[in-house]
Design a protein around this ligand. Sequence first.
Ligand SMILES: Cc1cc2nc3c(=O)[nH]c(=O)nc-3n(C[C@H](O)[C@H](O)[C@H](O)COP(=O)(O)OP(=O)(O)OC[C@H]3O[C@@H](n4cnc5c(N)ncnc54)[C@H](O)[C@@H]3O)c2cc1C
Length: 467
Amino acid sequence: MKEFDALVIGAGMGGMATAALWAKRGKSVKVLESHYSSGGCAGYFKRREGIYDAGATTLSGLKKGRPTQRLIEELDLDVRLFPCDPGMIIHRKNSIFTFHKDLTKLINEIRNEFNLDLSKEVQEWLIIEEKLWYSLQAARPIQMLSADHLFKLLTGGSLSLALKPQIFFKSFFDFLPKKARENEDFIRCLDQILMISTQQTSKTCPAFMGILGFLYPLDTYAIDGGMYGLCKSLEKKILEYGGSIDFRNPCLFISEHQNAFVVESKKEVYKAHHLILNISPEQFNKIYKSGFSIEQENDEIWGALTAYFAVKTKEPIQGCYHQVHTKKGSLFFSLSHTEDNLRKSDYQMITVSTHIDKKDFSESNKDETYYNKKNKFEELVTSKFKEAFSQYGIEEIKFDSVGTPKTFEFYTSRPEGEVGGLVHNSLWSLTRLLPNQYRKKNIFHTGDYSFPGQGIVSVFQSAFNTL
Ligand SMILES: Cc1cc2nc3c(=O)[nH]c(=O)nc-3n(C[C@H](O)[C@H](O)[C@H](O)COP(=O)(O)OP(=O)(O)OC[C@H]3O[C@@H](n4cnc5c(N)ncnc54)[C@H](O)[C@@H]3O)c2cc1C
């Protein structure tokens, strides 16, 4: 049996970031991944036209001191980033709202588009946002809060946050000034922005999440090669620091023996002193055979519907992130950056995503209804694309495929294809997240089922927390 300090189950962003950080600290680390490539929900797949992002496309948390920036610095990751300005371009029914990174321009855009002056509020939200990010560095799941963390929380940014308790207990909608609440057009647009960043709308989203979510486009970046670029740079670091990754090698059973874990995978059996889980609690419970289980109340997780296609246009389409509003909600179009070098291609590669209920595609994938629904989505995506981007002179659309919750379940093993992470609908929902370590066991969690939750940036913070 090969022996390791730590065995990481899953090479999602959480598993890989954690493996690299532990390996850098001199631990012998092995990552087991069931799929043939890394990234999980933030993975990629290759086609003749180029490389597609499979799920996640935007990178955030790159301002100084934020988790993604700290990870890149700590691991000296070899990634080329493109700051996205505008952070997002929103195609509304009859107009375009540009989410500029420059504050004055953004405030003017809100004023012109919605006849709404939010200059004072946006400035205030920016200050709160900075403090919330600072607190995140000290914040830990309750089980892991030490006196030192508590001191940092209270003496750092969050003391002034404590003086604004309403941001934790009010919904973002109720926190907004009356003039914004009464502006239906603004609320409709805000809700779609929040769906991307917080996975909920202003009325269900606590104000502190709403502030972070609304300002998310101010800190968005594209990456050379898309998620393929990020995955490859993380893989490289794991190997450079002496760790290793096994692809197509799912972990099947785990048991405990003489204070160590015995991990049976498809290819081999390993012994490990620490177990790092990048998988769902439900999955862990199925494979762990030594009388310990993890419970998590997790009914509020979305499914995703995605579409992938490559385009040729007369002029390259500008802006990586476009949200196109539809009758029922919105579609998020992510385009490869015009200067993307790693994905050198004659095409711009496009990933489209939208939220759906996990149960929406619950019929068998051999069922005709399943195929009809997929076809309908393909039609919607291509027609909306043509409407929104016709000015670039569309020459060719090479449609690849539609991804449903079943597709995500197949490639990531997430139950029913649930993706993104638990939805935070109150301050207390943070306590539903799995701790990054169990006190009495050398079992760790990383990824969006664990604290602090959703999205790549939080997943990177969870990797730091395991240290
Ligand atoms: C469509 C979509 C769009 C998104 N957009 C964004 C975005 O733009 N920006 C953003 O920040 N976030 C986005 N997200 C969310 C983000 O992708 C996820 O929160 C994050 O990638 C989760 O990473 P993870 O490491 O927690 O888990 P996962 O990505 O689920 O990784 C878990 C890994 O474990 C592997 N695995 C499972 N079981 C086993 C086993 N038994 N043995 C070995 N390996 C196993 C899986 O194959 C997988 O690779 C999006 C998600 C989706 C689905």
